[in-house]
Design a protein around this ligand. Structure first.
Ligand code: FES
Ligand SMILES: [Fe+2]
Length: 381
């Protein structure tokens, strides 16, 4: 009988499982693409999802709408155009498109048959973010919309952040889920060890719970201000009472911290949005809600320190995930040796819920069936 070598087993496993870094984000979800504050009335904003160019338009009246950001005439970005009423007019020859994507005016054509329109994307605005539904628009209505940290709860103050990271979105999920990487942050956080408390998983989520032990060093000031001073045990291992729960509920990720009384003191919501067609650039959007301390104004005093502290930690994470991507680029496939069951399960989840790159639709095949001539009034002003 033939013996199977470990190398053969590895190769067989690689062939059976798609490379995680070649699994695209599933477009049939709501993804944030911009902050509401960055899109003023009567203005456009160019954004993208996995290489699909989109223009967001905020008219003077009514809600934001999103169109494919290429004029069907000569492929000039519509985001370079101007907004008039419920339309955006291309900057080149002045063709105008309504919020339904129809072409409703060609200034030099008179009232003849209008050319084809452009694809539209469902839009929602919540928690200070503009979301689009890049996939099958027919599914948008029935697709659950995420709970955005504590943005609607006045007991919390929420910080916005949106760093761009040069790596596949799956590295970001792995990084946050695997709290054993606190070693990386030892200069910012002191020496702490994660203690894994347990996990839960389902068809579209995985959740891991941790507590932390401080082994040496001081509790950082920003942490002390948020959580209160931990007991000083004179160098002995110090148990930290808070429980940290990290959850990837596809395609979003959350990190929640509860104190020893079970009160939610920190609630982080993030989405990792692919920018380019190969999904090697990720635009993160994060909402970090902190329970306001009893002393009014204290939160405003500690806010800059908190921003500085979280940014320092994030920069360490960014450098690492970009190095992971660079290593993948060198060899062109995933050579990771994963030993932590939670991360193994996370990788399975991301593979299951995503779209293998070979099966993903072409980004530039985005314009849908041509929109016909207008049959209902859509005015230019
Ligand atoms: S390119 Fe847009 S109107 Fe000509
Ligand atoms: Fe980290």
């Amino acid at each position: 009988m033939n013996q199977i070598s470990p190398v053969q087993t590895d190769t067989a496993a690689m062939a059976a499982t798609p490379d995680l870094r070649r699994v695209n984000s599933n477009p049939d979800f709501w993804y944030p693409v911009a902050w509401s504050a960055d899109l003023r009335k009567n203005k456009t904003l160019a954004v993208s999802f996995a290489g699909i160019p989109m223009v967001l338009v905020r008219p003077e009246e009514g809600t934001v709408f999103a169109l494919f950001d290429r004029c069907p005439h000569r492929q000039v970005p519509l985001s370079k155009g101007t907004v008039n009423g419920q339309t955006v007019r291309c900057c080149y020859h002045g063709w105008a498109f309504g919020r339904s994507g129809r072409c409703i005016d060609v200034p030099y054509l008179g009232k003849g048959k209008m050319p084809n329109g452009v694809r539209t994307f469902p839009v929602r605005e919540a928690g200070g973010l503009i979301f689009v539904f890049p996939g099958d628009a027919a599914k948008a209505e029935s697709t659950p919309f995420p709970k955005l940290a504590q943005t609607d709860n006045p007991k919390y103050k929420t910080k916005h952040f949106s760093p761009r990271v040069n790596c596949h979105y799956t590295f970001m999920h792995e990084n946050l889920m695997d709290m054993n990487h606190q070693f990386l942050h030892r200069r910012q956080m002191g020496q702490i060890k994660a203690r894994f408390l347990g996990q839960d998983k389902g068809e579209d989520f995985i959740e891991a719970r941790y507590s932390f032990m401080r082994c040496a060093g001081q509790q950082p000031l920003a942490e002390r201000l948020i959580f209160g001073k931990h007991k000083d045990l004179n160098g002995k291992e110090q148990p930290v009472e808070e429980v940290v729960t990290i959850r990837t509920e596809y395609p979003y990720q959350t990190l929640r911290i509860t104190d020893k009384d079970g009160d939610l003191i920190m609630d982080l919501w993030t989405a990792y949005v692919p920018v380019d067609k190969d999904e090697r650039i990720t635009q993160s959007f994060g909402l970090l809600s902190i329970l306001r301390p009893q002393t009014p104004l204290l939160i405003d005093l500690i806010w800059p320190a908190l921003g500085w502290f979280t940014n320092r930690i994030f920069l360490e994470d960014k450098e690492i995930v970009e190095l992971e991507q660079a290593a993948w680029n060198e060899v062109g496939h995933d050579r990771n040796v994963e030993i932590f069951p939670v991360v193994k399960a996370l990788r399975e989840l991301l593979t299951r819920c995503g779209i293998p790159q070979d099966a993903a639709p072409q980004a530039d095949a985005a314009p849908a069936a041509p929109a016909p001539c207008p049959t209902e009034p859509e005015t230019t002003a």
